[in-house]
Design a protein around this ligand. Sequence first.
Ligand SMILES: O=P(O)(O)OC[C@H]1O[C@](O)(CO)[C@@H](O)[C@@H]1O
Length: 439
Amino acid sequence: MALQQSIDLALASNIGGGGLPQTALDAALSAVGHAMKRLAEDDATGRLPLLHMPHTSDDLASIREAAAWLRRDATDVVFLGTGGSSLGGQALAQLKDYAVPGAGRFADGPRVHFLDNLDPVTFDHILHKLPLSSTRFVAISKSGGTGETLMQTIAVLSALDRAGLRAHPNDMFLGLSEPRKPGGRNALRDLLEPEGVRFLEHHTGIGGRYSVLTNVGLLPAAVLGLDISAIRNGAADAYAPFRDGRAAKDAPAALGAALNVAMAMEGKNIAVTMAYADRLERFTRWWVQLWAESVGKNGKGSQPVAAIGPVDQHSQLQLYLAGPNDKLVTILTTGVAGQGPLIDEKLAQRAGEPGFAGKRIGDLVAAQGRATADTLAKNGRPTRRLHIEKLDERALGELLMHFMLETILTGYALGVDPFDQPAVEEGKILAKQYLAQAK
Ligand SMILES: O=P(O)(O)OC[C@H]1O[C@](O)(CO)[C@@H](O)[C@@H]1O
């Protein structure tokens, strides 16, 4: 297990009255214990295919084959898709410097682009800048009906047409969507299949925000040369305590769920995840969708906030330390001590910081993560510490599965369905109506 979790600094017994009373945690552990029974049934009945994903390997060859096809002679691979059809891939891609400030520009080829937010200026710009003949496009949508992804796909087909490449979209495009339902429509397939574009099948039993361990997340990871089987092995590590039938307090994801449920019982409805690593920034965004769409219903759920450190110490931390005491703050650190540039002694003296001398940048970041957790606790703010010594495929797989399990169990314990998102549909329908009326 790469992931270490401590909830000590969330408890009133350690941080004073602002922390969680043991009674609330005990009640929450009992609720999560019941949720675990339901999860065990989900596993045994096959109702929740996600639970079998960590131990699945028969699809890995086809994912690797599709990734190799995309990479062949490609300068750029563009992933179209939004929400759960993009964020998991992005979280994994950050291990290879995707969207890491500064470093992303120098990442080894092919360049990958996740165009998840529909912005006309960006999309136009990118279509004009991309070397289209050496670019491969992957359109991902579970439903096949998401407006943003359909518009992007149409725009790309038209751009290929203008560039004289329309005869070959099957060489440049790959689709990933659910199989067409009998008698039903799948607009993405309707668009691309007549062009001869090949499709990978989206798992029908795994929703977008839980799809990071399927081909949705692993295809981009494989394009970037990541070890996709290690990602699944890491996920198996997070699930092992459940398979072993451990008690809630001894299964890290269940304990995390209990922490969230206890916070809800105390009326504290904000959950902050602050990761001290550039390569976990997309992970925090992935978690925001997972949490918000899964637990935010029937008037329940907590507000997820994504933060990274140390930079957000300089923007958000004041509020967490001295604003309303209504948050669970999770501080996620990695083993960066001893890493990075060495700080010259004389220059450190000149800067008036003798304590920097002979240290590495990673030493400061490690100290900052530790200091933030301790300062939050000293100020009576419930704080959870998570630590991964080495951030690699296996550790990230464990982290992703940990949070999916924590989310599902929290949903079950709060009495909400963690797998649907009915409220989002209303706005989508209205937007399509407005679009039809627009001149
Ligand atoms: O993969 P799809 O079907 O295009 O959906 C994209 C995203 O849109 C949502 O349905 C919300 O609108 C998310 O749950 C989902 O991840």
